[in-house]
Structures are given as structure tokens and as C-alpha cells.
Ligand binder design. Structure first.
Ligand code: ADP
Ligand code: TPP
Ligand code: MG
Length: 317
């Protein structure tokens, strides 16, 4: 039986009926009413999850829904924010509208990560997609202490460059999933599945408010994202390939160019602990003057190539 719009919204609303100090009114009115605390700035981010771009038939729909919100939460983490409310705009392909289990599983995954991080789904929009692909857009609203949000532009020469967790795992798991989707049917968000269930580093981001001079999340790949950060800060960098923490079964190329690891890349000139909230922190380089971003590998130095993901080009693998 296909979903009707009202029925689907009713189902989503039943699972999201929770107001909070921040959400005065959530799903049910023409717009949500949010009330930030005094002394806070709001952070707002939006991210597409497009069928055949961000997820495909070989993804369990539960994981597609989980990733959809986790990616938005990672952006809030990168700003040092605590996430408060999410908004989901969902255009279902005819196939998804027909197949209630796909849509239900997608929403179950989305609610799983919402519950994990105490975020309430406070609104959205529902439609039938005009084409063959399901399209989801997630908006996440969070809060940071006023004037304290972590920016990409704060890196200064002499700062050390750090990354949380391990890199390349998402690309490695993506390849494994594409090759043998059946092997991933029963996986759970246990922190061991960097592609299917990325873990937004909210708690680390919060601690970085007092430690980091700049910060961003690694979504497109370390190479591309470090170049973004350097450009925003007007600095160069020297990246040490041999100390980049690789996830199990992943390669340096996947760590540099694979993307979707949703770890935090940050700079600091303070003393940074080796672990924050149980997550390992690795120093991977140093911020330099000028504009050159170089990669040091086994004593040899070369220019860091922007090898990560770019939409609207044919270069993606
Ligand atoms: N269509 C758009 N309209 C307005 N701003 C956009 C649009 N697309 C991207 N941006 C903004 O450009 C910046 C970089 O975007 P993006 O590369 O997607 O960041 P990220 O990789 O962290 O998601 C962000 O501040 C984002 O809000
Ligand atoms: C079906 C499918 N093909 C390819 C990928 C790989 N992929 C898609 S988008 C992307 C980069 C990150 O996506 P983007 O939309 O730039 O995320 P953002 O930076 O906005 O968080 C990667 C590596 C995937 N996840 N699913
Ligand atoms: Mg991007």
C-alpha cells in the first residue's frame, strides 16, 4: 500500500512529539517556534541526502536515514555546537512511496541518531519526487555560547593540526558494501561502521570550544578539507602523511581523498590531550605562513592535491 502524505506525516509526528526548553512548538503548525537561551548563538546547517549520490539501493534504508541526520549533526559538532532541533524535507520516489518498509526504515534510522544525540525532529516537508530518486534534506539547528563558534578561518602559523578518530574507514566500508551488500544487512550503529553509521563528534566539538583555533568536519576528504581550512584562514600547512591515523583496512589514498569520515579536523596552539571523551586525537601537521599546503611522506615533500569529493564534476570515483 502506498503512503498518503497525511498518513506519513502523522507517523513521523507520532515519533517526534516532544517539545523541549528550546522547541516551544514542533511539528503541527505552519512553522516551528524555537527559543534559544540568552547568551547563545544559533548554528544552522542543511545537507542533502540524494538517492544515487549519497545512498543507493545497496544501502540498508535504516543506514541511509541514520547517515542523513548524522551528517547534519557532524556540521554542528564542527562548530562546537549542541544540536537542538532537526527539520526533514523528504521527496519520496514512486518506488519509496510504494514500499512502506523502505521509508519506515529510513525514518527509524533517522530517529535512532536523533535519540542518541537528544535532537528533536521539529518539522519538515513531504512530497512525491518528480523523478525516480528519493531526495531528503536535513536541517539541523544548534546552539553555541555567543561569539564562541569554531570557524574555519582561525588557524594561525605555528598552530598544530589535529584530527579525531581514524580516516579512510568510510571509503573502505563503502567499497565493501558496494561489493557485497548482503554482508551488511544486519549491521548496527555500534561505532564500528564509519560509512553506514558515522558518529558525529558532538562531545569533542564542545571541548574544542576552549582548545581549537579553527575547526571543520572531514566530509569531502582530508586533502580537500584541509585545503578549504587553509584557504579560509589564509595560511599554508605541512601535512605528515606517515602519521595520519588510518582506519582498519583503509589506505592513505582513502584517508586523503575518500571523504565521509565525519571526523573533526582542527588546529590549536594549546596542549591537546591524546584522547577527548574517549576519542583519539592525532597531531598530523603544522600550520605555516604563506599559501603552500604540502604533504610530507617518507622524507619527501610534495604539494597536497585536492583529491576529495566535488559535486557537479565528473571526477568522483
Ligand atoms: N546552494 C547554496 N546556497 C547558499 N549557501 C550554500 C549553498 N551551498 C553551499 N553553501 C554554503 O557554502 C559553504 C560550504 O558548503 P559545503 O562545501 O557544502 O560545506 P560542507 O562540506 O561542510 O557541507 C557552507 O557555508 C554552506 O552553507
Ligand atoms: C551511492 C553513493 N555514491 C557515492 C558516495 C560517496 N560520496 C557521496 S557524497 C560524498 C562526499 C560528501 O558529500 P557532501 O554532499 O559534500 O557532504 P557535505 O560535505 O555537504 O557534508 C561522497 C564521498 C555515496 N555515499 N553513495
Ligand atoms: Mg561538501
Amino acid at each position: 500500500m502506498p503512503y498518503g502524505e497525511l498518513e506519513l506525516i502523522r507517523e513521523i509526528r507520532r515519533k517526534s512529539l516532544r517539545n523541549s526548553e528550546f522547541i516551544r512548538f514542533g511539528i503541527g503548525d505552519d512553522a516551528a517556534v524555537l527559543r534559544p537561551r540568552k547568551g547563545e548563538d544559533l548554528v544552522v546547517t542543511t545537507d542533502f541526502s540524494l538517492e544515487d549520490v549519497h545512498f543507493a539501493d545497496f544501502h540498508p534504508p535504516f543506514a541511509a536515514g541514520y547517515r542523513c541526520l548524522a551528517r547534519g549533526l557532524s556540521d554542528v559538532a564542527a562548530m562546537g555546537g549542541r544540536p537542538l532541533a532537526a527539520f526533514l524535507s523528504l521527496a519520496l520516489s514512486p518506488r519509496w512511496a510504494q514500499d512502506r518498509t523502505k521509508t519506515r526504515e529510513f525514518l527509524r534510522g533517522l530517529h535512532a541518531v536523533a535519540d542518541q544525540f537528544g535532537v528533536v525532529l521539529a518539522g519538515g516537508d513531504t512530497a512525491g519526487a518528480p523523478g525516480k530518486h528519493t531526495v531528503a534534506d536535513i536541517i539541523v539547528v544548534g546552539a553555541v555560547p555567543r561569539g564562541k563558534a569554531l570557524l574555519r578561518s582561525g588557524a594561525r602559523p605555528g598552530d598544530a593540526i589535529y584530527v579525531t578518530g581514524r580516516l579512510g574507514g568510510a571509503a573502505a566500508e563503502f567499497e565493501a558494501l558496494r561489493t557485497d551488500p548482503k554482508a551488511f544487512r544486519k549491521v548496527k550503529p555500534d561505532g564500528m561502521h564509519p560509512h553506514l553509521f558515522p558518529q558525529p563528534r558532538i562531545a569533542v566539538g564542545h571541548r574544542l570550544l576552549k582548545l581549537a583555533s579553527s575547526c571543520m568536519d572531514v566530509s569531502d576528504g582530508l586533502s580537500t578539507d584541509l585545503l578549504h581550512l587553509c584557504e579560509a584562514s589564509g595560511v599554508g600547512a605541512s601535512l605528515h602523511a606517515d602519521v595520519i591515523p588510518l582506519a582498519p583496512h583503509s589506505t592513505l589514498d582513502q584517508a586523503l581523498n575518500g571523504g565521509e569520515d565525519y571526523e573533526l579536523l582542527f588546529t590549536s596552539r594549546r596542549s591537546v590531550p591524546r584522547r577527548i571523551n574517549g576519542i583519539e586525537i592525532t597531531k598530523i601537521g603544522i600550520v605555516t605562513e604563506g599559501k603552500n599546503v604540502s604533504l610530507l611522506q617518507k622524507g619527501r615533500e610534495r604539494r597536497l592535491r585536492r583529491g576529495g569529493w566535488q559535486h557537479l564534476t565528473q571526477e568522483n570515483r
